[in-house]
Write a protein that binds this ligand. Sequence first.
Ligand code: F6R
Length: 616
Amino acid sequence: MCGIVGYLGEKNPKTVIIDGLKKLEYRGYDSAGVAIIHNGKTKRIRAQGKLKALEEKVLNEDFNGHVGIGHTRWATHGAPNERNAHPHQVGEVSLVHNGIIENYLEIKAELIKEGAVISSDTDSELVAHLIWKELQKNQNLLLSVQIVLKKIIGAFSIVALWEKSPNELVAFKDGPPLIVGLSKDTEKSEFFVVSDVQAALVHTNRFVYLNDREVVHIKDKAVNYYNADGATLKKEITVLNWTADMVEKMGYRHFMLKELYEQPRSVAAAIAPYIDTDTHAVKFNDQGKSFNSETIFKSIERVIFVACGTSFYASMIGKYLIEQICRVPVDTDIASEFRYRRPVIPKNSLVISVSQSGETADTLAAVRLAKEQGAQVLSITNVAQSSIDREADAHMYMNSGVEIGVASTKAFTSTLALLNVLALQISKARGSLSPVSEKEYVQNLLTIPSQIEVVLAYDKYFSEAAKELQKYKGFLYLGRGVNYPIALEGALKLKELAYMHAEGYAAGEMKHGPLALIDESMAIVVVAPSDELLDKTVSNLQEAKARGGKIISIGTGENKALKDMSEYYLSLPGSLWTTNPIIAVVPLQLMAYHLADSLGYDVDQPRNLAKSVTVE
Ligand code: F6R
């Protein structure tokens, strides 16, 4: 979603803000802007399109102030053009905003009645009007913001600047993330207010995460935090161990490619805290404060997953794993459905949220709903201290390092590895996992990083095949059992990166409709490992092939039957059914990457998409 960078300090705000915005580029946006104090006045520069356009516009501009705000916009209200770009300025106030103001129509009508001149189509500008209105009366930025905060409804984070007070920033959050960065050198005072720590990681690793309805006031060399009623808050400083080089491409053409190649390492890092490599046993490594997983897992009667997109597909695999290994019933819900369908959450349910960013608005709302109804929430996330992580009772971390590519890759495979661990933990806690099975599962899991290495060798294969694959008008992805969600994930990757039509289906569903789509221009991508469902999948493929469909298959080892019927056949190393999806998804990620790249699309920032969806 929108990216925010605010800065107050001795460095050149233009450089800090533009460099910070560059680090947020991956989140996707359609316009950008800065407002920085110069000679006691606000100098505001905005541009439509990529950040490069803004960079060119500010290149020869001087700013002699020490405070400024910057923004990359992902349009929600109003077209993506310069007039709607942030910062918005009204009188002496400028602000940047991420999120939505739900009561904007009411506010707009009131402002127009009072004679305000509205110069954009955004809801954000209205907040600047409200603050300016108060400021003229009380000459106090903090107070004005606190008053306005009570009048606006929605999900938002905002940073405001007042040109008359050039050593001051006020920010508040009620929804999308907002984080305050404090100088690394505790003797010095410089401050960052960012929507994502990556924007300030080159300068500091000391951060304070704002909770909803909290205000931060930075003035001169002091920083103070308040709740919405104005009471002072004491906030904890989190020192992150992420470094700036984690957000570089490190020689790869794209972040996505780098992240694809990091998967052996990230999967190993995800499972490491939970595996005893000497005894090949799973460990309970509780990172929640009041959550004893062994006790909770023993007594749960139901598991409910909530997640969106790729994280939802990972959850679907979690259902197969937990139901089959632990015999505990599992529901999977798309978070945006869950939150509005008045779900029944039976007593002794464990709600598991899966979210790479830990900020997805619908997943966060689902977690809150589950907690309100008394459920314990276990969050699986990549970003420690993200909103979802902070609200959950217990925590598992993907440990993937920063994921920049909009299309999730390494977070997905790390989640699948964690779900394997979780299924084993639940089964062990309930006494249903024999030591022999535990050892077999764990040993298998430990081989996965090196098996991914083997599969990554398909990179060259796909880069060569990409041009040829462009000729198909559509792609049908098929899988059965635990590989059905992998078919869904493969199709999603192709859609979002290569903008080609792709559908994921359970292979057994072909006769119930999708077979009608098959002709010579349709490619059928099938995940068909050598398991007990293989013969059934092969007969589904025969039906598709007889109707002209071209088959791209992913099987285990040398599978002659599958190979003979396929245009392309990829052989995966043998693995247990529990871990096969982790290696099977890698060729599908590579295929989507190379197809998109060969078509000349921006792989890291697909059109219309944002990395972290912090609004509904
Ligand atoms: C697709 C993709 C998205 C995310 C979804 C949820 O490649 O990345 O579908 O999986 O937006 O995001 P998180 O996991 O951050 O909650």
